[in-house]
Design a protein around this ligand. Structure first.
Ligand SMILES: Cc1ncc(CNC=O)c(N)n1
Length: 721
C-alpha cells in the first residue's frame, strides 16, 4: 500500500503533545505550559502519520519521565522508541532515533550508569568544530549546496559586504571561519568587475585556531582565483591557540583600508565561553570595521531548563531533518553523515549540563542584546541582499527553494523552512563611542529580552528586474566586441539579456571564466580533467539535441514565421550531428572510451533541467532564453581561450575553435536577438497581463539556472562533486 504523510515533523510533535495533554490532564502535575507548543494542526491523518505520532508520543513521555526522575517508567518508553525509530527511516523516525540516543545518555548519567567523563568519546570532537568540519567536508559541502537556507544567507550576506565596501579602493575582509572560501569569491568577482573605483588591493585575513594547512590551501585557491580576475590580492592567516588570544595587532591593517568582518555560523561556538566572545568582539571593534555580517543558527538552547530545552531543540532539529527529507534522498550518504553529526549535537544539548554543554545556540534577540551592549548598531539588509536571497532559493531544483521562507526580525533576516526559523542573518555597524559592556551579563544570565517580529513577505516588496545590484561589468561578450561595426544596429539597443547579465554578473563571470577554462587558456590544464569533460560533454550533447528540437517545435507553435527564428534553431540542431561525430573522433584521439562512460551527478542534474525546459509548461520565450545561455556560455568561455593573451596548447585549439569561432559567435548573437525580441514583447505585455510577468520571471530564473549548471559542469570536470 502506498504510504504518504500529511504532517510535517513539527505537526507530528504538536499532535503528540496534544495527545499527551489530553491523556495526562487529570494527573497531578501541571502540564499547562505545554499548551504553547500545540498550535493548530491539520485534521486528517494518514496511516503513516498515526504511526509517527505514536512514536513521537513515546519520545515525549520518555523525556517527561526522565525530567521527573521516574526512571523505570522512562525505561519502558525509551525501549519502545529504540524499537520503532531508525536512522534510516522517515524524518520522524530519524529525529526520534537521535533524540532517543540523547535521552538514553541522560538516563544513564542520571542513574549513575555512566559518568560524564565516561560519556561517549566523540563528544569531545564537538570541542573542535573546525576539525569536525574538515573530516566531514564533502558531506557538509553537499548539504550546504542542497539545503537552500545556507545559500540564501551566503549570497545575501556577501551582498551586504559588497555594498559596504563599494566605494573603497583598498578592502580588507576578516573572515572568522573561511572554510572553502566560496563566499570570498563572490566579493572578489564583484570587486574585479567594478569599474569605479578600481580596487587597488583586496586583503583577506582568515582567522583560525587549528588547520593552518587547510586555511592556507583555501588561500592558494583564492589567490589563483584573484589572478584569473586580475584582482590585486593578498591573503593572510591569523592563527591563535584560542580565540581569546586574538588581538587587533595580529591583523596587518593599513591606513585607508576599509575593513569588513564576516562570521558565518561561528560565534555560537563561543557562547559557552562568554569572556572569550566578549574579547573577540572588542578586538573586532578595534579594527574599526565598516560592517560586520553575521549568520547564526536561530535556535535557543542556552539558558533553558531540561524540559524547555528539549522542546526547543526538538522543534529546531525537526525542521532541519524535514528539510533534508525534502531536499535529499533517504539513502544519501552525505545526508546520513550530517545527521549523525547533528545527532552528536543533540546528545550534547539534551544530556549535558554546565561545562559539559558544549553546543549552545542563541536566537537573534539574544545576539541583538549582546551586540548592542558593545555599541553595535543593527543595520537593515538592503533590497539587493534580500533579492539575492530570494533569487538563490528560487533556483533550487524542483522548486524546493519555495519552502525556504523569509521573515524579518528587527532589521535582520530569519531564513526558515516552511515557516520554521533556521538561520539568522544580521548586519552590524560599529559605533566607536558607544557601548555598555557590562550589559553582557544580562544576556548570559536570566532576564527578559525584547523580541519584536514583523511578518514580512519579500516577494510583495520585491519586483524582479527592478533592483540594481552594485556591480557593473562589460556586458558585451568578446564575440560582440569583435563584431562591433558589423552588426551595429543589433548592438545599439541593449535588451533584457544584457540587463540580466549585468545584474547577475557574478554568476556569468563564474560560468565563463571558470578555473577549468582558465587552465586551458594558460596551458596548465590537467589532462584527466579534460578527458572527463570530453566524455561527459559527449553525453550532455546527446541530451541537448532533443532539447534543441523541442525549442524548434515551440518556435513553430508560438512564433510568427516572418522573423526567421526557425532557420536559426534548425541550423543549431543540424550542427549538433556534426558535433556528436566530432566528440567520437576526439574521444578516440585521447583514448577515451565513450561507451563505458556514465553521466556524473552534475551532468545528470543539468540534463534533468533540460528535461524540465522541454516540458510543455515552459513556453518558447523561456526556452529560447535558456537555449541562448547554454550556447553563449560555451562561446564566451572557449573564445577566451583563443584571445590574444591566450596560451592554449596546440592540441586543444580545435576544441576551443568549435565553440569559440566567429561563426558560432554570430549564431549566438542571432539566438540572443530572438530571445531579446521575445522578452521585450513579454515586458510590453507584462503591463497588461500577469502571465507575461510570470514569463519574464521564469526566463530570468532559467538564465541563472543555466549559468549555475555550467559552473557545476566545469567543477565536475575538474573532479569536484
Ligand atoms: C555543458 C555544455 N554546455 C553548453 C554546450 C554548448 N552547446 C552545444 O554543444 C555544451 N556542449 N555543453
Amino acid at each position: 500500500m502506498a504510504t504518504f504523510r500529511t504532517l510535517s515533523t513539527g505537526d507530528v510533535i504538536r499532535v503528540a503533545i496534544a495527545r499527551y495533554l489530553k491523556f495526562y490532564s487529570h494527573g497531578f502535575v501541571d502540564l499547562s505550559w505545554l499548551n504553547r507548543f500545540c498550535g493548530s494542526v491539520p485534521g486528517n491523518f494518514s496511516e503513516e502519520d498515526v504511526k509517527d505520532v505514536e512514536l513521537m508520543y513515546c519520545l515525549l513521555v520518555s523525556a517527561e519521565k526522565i525530567g521527573s526522575l521516574q526512571f523505570d517508567s522512562a525505561s519502558t518508553f525509551l525501549n519502545q522508541c529504540e524499537k520503532f525509530s531508525s536512522k534510516y527511516g522517515s524524518s520522524v523516525q530519524r529525529i526520534v532515533h537521535y533524540f532517543t540516543e540523547a535521552l538514553r545518555e541522560k538516563f544513564d548519567l542520571e542513574t549513575g550508569r555512566i559518568t560524564s567523563k565516561g560519556a561517549k568519546g566523540e563528544e569531545n570532537m564537538l570541542l573542535y568544530p573546525e576539525v569536525m568540519v574538515v573530516n566531514l567536508k564533502p558531506a557538509l559541502l553537499a548539504c550546504f549546496l542542497e539545503l537552500p537556507f545556507y545559500q540564501a544567507t551566503r549570497f545575501a550576506g556577501m551582498q551586504a559586504i559588497i555594498e559596504s565596501v563599494a566605494a573603497a579602493k583598498r578592502v580588507h575582509l576578516i573572515d572568522l571561519e573561511i572554510r572553502s572560501g566560496a563566499q570570498c569569491m563572490l566579493l572578489m568577482q564583484a570587486l574585479a568587475t567594478q569599474h569605479e573605483p578600481q580596487v587597488e588591493l583586496l586583503t583577506i585575513t582568515a582567522v583560525g585556531t587549528t588547520l593552518r594547512h587547510e586555511i592556507e590551501e583555501t588561500g592558494k585557491t583564492l589567490a589563483y582565483f584573484a589572478k584569473t580576475l586580475n584582482l590585486p590580492f593578498s591573503f593572510k592567516v591569523v592563527m591563535v591557540t584560542s580565540l581569546k588570544d586574538l588581538n587587533e595587532n595580529l591583523f596587518e591593517l593599513h591606513k585607508g583600508e576599509v575593513v569588513a568582518i564576516h562570521s558565518s555560523i561561528t560565534l555560537h561556538h563561543m557562547i559557552r565561553l562568554p569572556n572569550c566572545l566578549e574579547s573577540v568582539i572588542r578586538v573586532l571593534k578595534n579594527t574599526n570595521p565598516q560592517v560586520m555580517v553575521v549568520t547564526e543558527i536561530e535556535a535557543n538552547d542556552n539558558l533553558l531548563s531540561f524540559e524547555d530545552r528539549f522542546f526547543e531543540v526538538l522543534f529546531y532539529y525537526s525542521t532541519f531533518f524535514d528539510c533534508m527529507e525534502d531536499c535529499m534522498s533517504r539513502s544519501d550518504q552525505n545526508r546520513m553523515m550530517v545527521e549523525e553529526l547533528l545527532g552528536q549535537a543533540i546528545r550534547n544539548i539534551i544530556a549535558n549540563e554546565g561545562e559539559e554543554r558544549i553546543v549552545r545556540h542563541m536566537k537573534i534577540d539574544a545576539w541583538r542584546a549582546f551586540f548592542s551592549s558593545f555599541g553595535l548598531v543593527e543595520t537593515e539588509l538592503s533590497m539587493s541582499s534580500l533579492y539575492q536571497a530570494e533569487l538563490v532559493v528560487k533556483n533550487f531544483a524542483c522548486g524546493k527553494g519555495k519552502y525556504c521562507t523569509f521573515e524579518k526580525n528587527g532589521e535582520s533576516l530569519i531564513v526558515g523552512w516552511k515557516g520554521s526559523p533556521h538561520l539568522s542573518l544580521s548586519v552590524w555597524k560599529f559605533h566607536q563611542d558607544k557601548g555598555r559592556e557590562g550589559f553582557i551579563h544580562h544576556v548570559f544570565g536570566p532576564g527578559p529580552l525584547s523580541v519584536y517580529k514583523v511578518s514580512w513577505d519579500p516577494l510583495s516588496t520585491l519586483k524582479l528586474g527592478s533592483v540594481s545590484v552594485p556591480v557593473s561589468v562589460s556586458r558585451r561578450s568578446t564575440a560582440e566586441k569583435k563584431m562591433e561595426g558589423k552588426t551595429r544596429e543589433d548592438l545599439e539597443k541593449s535588451g533584457m539579456i544584457d540587463t540580466w547579465l549585468g545584474k547577475h554578473s557574478l554568476l556569468y563571470t563564474g560560468a565563463t571564466r571558470h578555473p577549468f577554462i582558465l587552465s586551458i587558456r594558460d596551458g596548465t590544464v590537467d589532462l584527466s580533467s579534460f578527458k572527463t569533460w570530453l566524455g561527459q560533454d559527449y553525453l550532455f550533447v546527446r541530451e541537448f539535441a532533443p532539447f534543441v528540437a523541442s525549442v524548434l517545435v515551440k518556435a513553430w507553435k508560438e512564433s510568427d514565421d516572418s522573423y526567421g527564428d526557425r532557420e536559426v534553431i534548425l541550423g543549431g540542431l543540424a550542427s549538433l550531428n556534426d558535433e556528436v561525430e566530432w566528440f567520437k573522433r576526439e574521444a578516440s584521439k585521447w583514448g577515451v572510451q565513450l561507451s563505458s562512460i556514465s553521466p556524473q551527478k552534475a551532468n545528470e542534474n543539468y540534463c534533468r533541467f533540460l528535461e524540465y525546459l522541454m516540458s510543455p509548461e515552459v513556453g518558447y520565450t523561456v526556452a529560447i532564453t535558456a537555449f541562448w545561455a547554454i550556447e553563449a556560455v560555451y562561446q564566451e568561455s572557449f573564445a577566451h581561450c583563443l584571445d590574444d593573451g591566450a596560451n592554449t596548447p596546440r592540441e586543444l585549439r580545435e576544441t576551443c575553435q568549435r565553440w569559440g569561432n566567429d561563426g558560432f559567435g554570430q549564431y549566438c548573437l542571432s539566438l540572443k536577438k530572438i530571445a531579446n525580441r521575445r522578452l521585450e514583447k513579454a515586458s510590453e505585455d507584462a503591463r497588461l497581463v500577469d502571465a507575461s510577468k510570470e514569463v519574464l520571471n521564469k526566463a530570468e530564473v532559467a538564465l541563472i539556472r543555466v549559468m549555475e549548471h555550467e559552473v557545476e559542469f566545469w567543477n565536475m570536470s575538474r573532479g569536484g562533486s
